[in-house]
Design a protein around this ligand. Structure first.
Ligand SMILES: NC(=O)c1ccc[n+]([C@@H]2O[C@H](COP(=O)([O-])OP(=O)(O)OC[C@H]3O[C@@H](n4cnc5c(N)ncnc54)[C@H](OP(=O)(O)O)[C@@H]3O)[C@@H](O)[C@H]2O)c1
Length: 259
């Protein structure tokens, strides 16, 4: 019997996709690693993993990648599993660059068909949409015998925050008086302090995916148990602190309100 096949998106070196490729390969699966720039997957190629260029928001690139996998697997008669890892954007909503946010929605949401961290409004929104769409996909693909798994990821130690498009408040931001606290949030230093090792993460995700009856909503990563407990047992607004944790002097907020 040919080995099971998995295609993984977003496999640039050092990220979750990269670690997942290595883990599935180690477990004997045929792995197609994909990224926009194949030069970022040289480490995987050196291990013998097949690499294919794929930009998930570029239709031509998607068709070419699908065709490449079909050819490589003998006409695509076999089944493959697809795992998507995508991108982030950390910025207060008021300061967000809409073009960057729209681009992220294209990658995170439209290409794929929560923890509410402050100042990641667009990112959290894109993940919430993915959450809902995954439930929908699960129902719609069930008659085709396709299993859909949602991995709700807590913090994982990767270059995620270093790869974000921008994490500095723009000039004139209303949050400027609290730039130290807000900048700390945007840099990810706070959330990354409890982050899970990326290889432990990949091993547990792969273990679940390869089960006969996988957990369909897998919560995994740093701080995720607390997020799961609050989201599951407490009321929706339990997350929200109306006073806010970021001190901005009253004079500054008045100024911001007038402008
Ligand atoms: N690390 C964490 O703490 C954490 C926590 C919760 C959720 N997650 C989620 O886990 C996923 C992976 O994150 P990570 O930590 O591995 O970060 P990462 O290293 O920055 O990985 C992001 C990957 O997405 C790829 N990507 C971006 N745009 C793409 C496009 N248009 N087509 C194809 N690939 C594209 C990037 O490729 P390029 O190199 O070409 O840009 C990169 O390989 C993300 O969805 C993230 O939201 C991570």
């Amino acid at each position: 019997m040919p080995p099971k096949t998995v295609l993984i998106t977003g496999c640039s070196e050092g990220g979750i996709g990269d670690a997942l490729c290595k883990e599935f390969f180690r477990q004997g699966l045929r792995v197609f690693a994909t990224a926009r720039n194949t030069a970022k997957m040289e480490n995987l190629k050196a291990l013998g993993i097949e690499t294919i260029p794929l930009d998930v928001v570029d239709k031509a690139s998607v068709s070419e990648a699908v065709e490449a996998v079909q050819v490589a697997t003998g006409g695509g008669k076999g089944r493959w599993t697809t795992l998507s890892t995508t991108r982030g954007y950390s910025m207060p909503l008021l300061d967000a660059n809409i073009d960057v946010a729209r681009d992220m929605f294209d990658v995170n949401v439209f290409a794929v068909i929560s923890a509410p961290w402050p100042f990641q409004g667009f990112y959290n929104a894109s993940k919430a949409v993915v959450n809902l769409l995954t439930d929908q996909l699960r129902v719609e693909l069930e008659p085709l015998h396709v299993k859909v798994i949602l991995v709700v990821t807590g913090t994982v130690r990767t270059q995620f925050f270093q790869n974000l498009p921008e994490t500095r408040l723009p000039p004139g931001s209303v949050y400027a008086p609290a730039h130290e606290e807000v900048g700390y949030m945007l840099s990810g230093k706070r959330s990354q302090s409890a982050a899970m090792d990326v290889h432990d993460y990949a091993r547990k995700v792969a273990q679940n995916v390869l089960k006969l009856r996988p957990t369909v909503n897998q919560w995994i990563g740093g701080s995720v148990s607390a997020v799961w407990a609050v989201s599951t047992f407490l009321w929706h607004t339990a997350w929200l602190n109306p006073k806010g944790r970021y001190y901005i002097p009253a004079s500054q907020t008045e100024q911001a309100g007038q402008s």
